[in-house]
Design a protein around this ligand. Sequence first.
Ligand SMILES: O=c1ccn([C@@H]2O[C@H](COP(=O)(O)OP(=O)(O)O[C@H]3O[C@H](CO)[C@@H](O)[C@H](O)[C@H]3O)[C@@H](O)[C@H]2O)c(=O)[nH]1
Ligand SMILES: [Mn+2]
Length: 734
Amino acid sequence: MAAVEHSPLFETKRAKGRVFYKIFSLTLFVGICFIWVFRVSHIPRESEVGKWGWIGLSFAELCFGLYWLLRHPFRWNLLFREPFRQRLSQRYEKILPKVDIFVCTADPGIEPPVMVINTVLSLMAYEYPPDKLSVYLSDDAGSDITFYALLEASIFAKQWLPFCRKFKVDPTSPAAYFKTIHSSTHAKELVTIKKLYQDMESRIENAAKMGRVPEEVHSKHKGFSQWDSYSSRRDHDTILQILLHEKDSSAKDVDGNVMPLLVYLAREKRPQVAHNFKAGAMNSLIRVSSLISNGEIILNVDCDMYSNNSQSLRDALCFFMDEDKGHEIAYVQTPQCFENITKNDLYGGALRVSYEVEFHGLDSLGGPMYIGTGCFHRREILCGRKFSDQCKKDWNEYKNIGDMKEVSLHELEEQSKALASCTFEKNTLWGKEMGLQYGCSVEDVVTGLSIQCRGWKSVFYNPQRKAFLGVAPTTLPQALIQHKRWSEGGFQILLSKHSPAWYAYGLISPGLQMAYCYYHLWVFICWPTVYYCIIPSLYLLKGIPLFPQMSSPWFIPFAYVILGDCSYCLMEFLLSGGTIKGWWNELRIWLYKRTSSYLFAFVDTILKSFGFSESTFVVSAKVAEEEVSQRYEKEIMEFGNSSPMLTVLATVALLNLFCLLGMFLKQVFISEGGLRIFDAMALQVLLSGVLVLINVPVYQGLFLRKDEGRLPMSVAAKSTALALSACALFISLS
Ligand SMILES: O=c1ccn([C@@H]2O[C@H](COP(=O)(O)OP(=O)(O)O[C@H]3O[C@H](CO)[C@@H](O)[C@H](O)[C@H]3O)[C@@H](O)[C@H]2O)c(=O)[nH]1
Ligand SMILES: [Mn+2]
């Protein structure tokens, strides 16, 4: 028995074979140094052509090389964690802590209420004592339809939770479960519950279609009266309703068991007061929940991220409650995984390498970033506590405290409402040192960084059976806009006073500092990339070489670095579960992010800092029209409406096509040299050639496709004109 008591609640394993990686990287680095030396030692003289092109290219290669260096520390040691939930249960089953789960939604149009309640139901069904579980839904749209959906869910849950318990259902999201289950030993019960679910679903969908809640429901539940004073989603009082609470005798499931606590919250909003998007919603939730349930552990998920593993909560607790190391851990982050990724992942939404490699590497340097969803926090740390050696906690002495035992439910609701008012935070530390931080479009990452700077560690937990599954963007513009928001946030953090580049010095490990910089320099790396995609091709058209010719010994380092790095990245991608075609798609999206999302993020951040533009949060769409979904399933690129981002992408694609074609025609018809150019300018031809190949979907979208998802005519016209003029202008320059 004693042996069991002292065995840890989780174990940590290191990846093997990283020595080879280190040696290989060193050889690549030598190659990169040779490239730098070549650039410096071969600058064209004043009289020669291509001097400025050359200097620009040298600068771009310097940036790429330095940026490449940043990516190494978090690949050196990879850690893998394994929790032991049996031991947790043996030691702590009776005194498991209370857990508060926050689900955020912001728009019933693009985040359908049916999806939201599936997420809520999946979390309520965690394999965990229900009296210690509370689920809060924050609705930033303040939509009565979403409230209605949650009300329906609270009733359906009375059947669903016992069903899940009885048949050990997983995933516990009804929609996902019904999709996965084909045959079953409990067919009769399944049919009944499925029918109940479908009826509920159609009632909610009808209400959503009509834009209002059915009259008979409206009059029956007092909660709806809170919408009487509602004028718009940006202007309303706090709406708060405790839908299930153990004090309420009707809050029992059909088996007579207590149900998890369930709360709907739409915090107060006023047009003249900044609401700080998801960070503001989270902070209201933290305060409101502190009064109602005050769980020691907080789990936050986005409204599309349903629980796919009913044990993951217990797994996360193994990290926090480990007697030896648990007290240092502030949060446990799981990867963001998606249920709608297609085989070759056209938009690179799975972020495979990040989660299968990089985040395991971050774990060895002090812990992963907080990435918003699927993250378990300790409440006191999220509220600003600093790490010290006294933080060691004896969970045996821990009591679930904080209940408002005496007050009635109505009083509890009224008192909680005050905590979600929009003036509550005025002159407080909320949004600065308490809760999630404001003023950054990646509130999660900046908050995680500040927690790590206060001395805490975090843990990356990537179980075989994914903890949560959500929805990844299904069109190119959506993917690009999401990356714009992320890269903009990174840029803001880098420039902020809590920058990982200087503020974090001495507070977190240097490797982690480098990793944060690697992610936050996205916006800067767009410039050398844009340069590399345009200038060498224009010089190719003109016949001016910018790279060593094939017969020169300087060709070797270029070839080695290109081949070496590409094969390494391909291998990493394949080992992370991707396909070859998927890697090619990833390469394309990598290019598109750098030449559009990051570029526009840069411009926008600058505009914002001069007050020309306002902070926004473009919520990612989580549903698509039928036709769009079909194209997505077939992995046909969806461009949709015209936008400046698409014009830039199309222009770069066409420019490369024109340069390559122009060069060919010149060689065949005009130049005497024949195909000798391929020796002299092999790398430039290769670069343009790859850019043309990777852009095939763009050419198809511009000129060949007829469906709605193609690139609009206006983009075709603008980009052709722009690319042609750039070529003409460059040729005419002497
Ligand atoms: O004013 C707002 C805007 C958004 N949200 C919610 O925030 C979540 C994330 O929004 P989404 O559009 O899905 O953005 P993603 O890019 O998919 O989200 C990732 O990146 C965000 C930061 O950019 C983090 O907030 C998220 O947790 C993280 O999953 C959703 O549940 C929204 O309902 C709000 O609650 N209020
Ligand atoms: Mn999302």
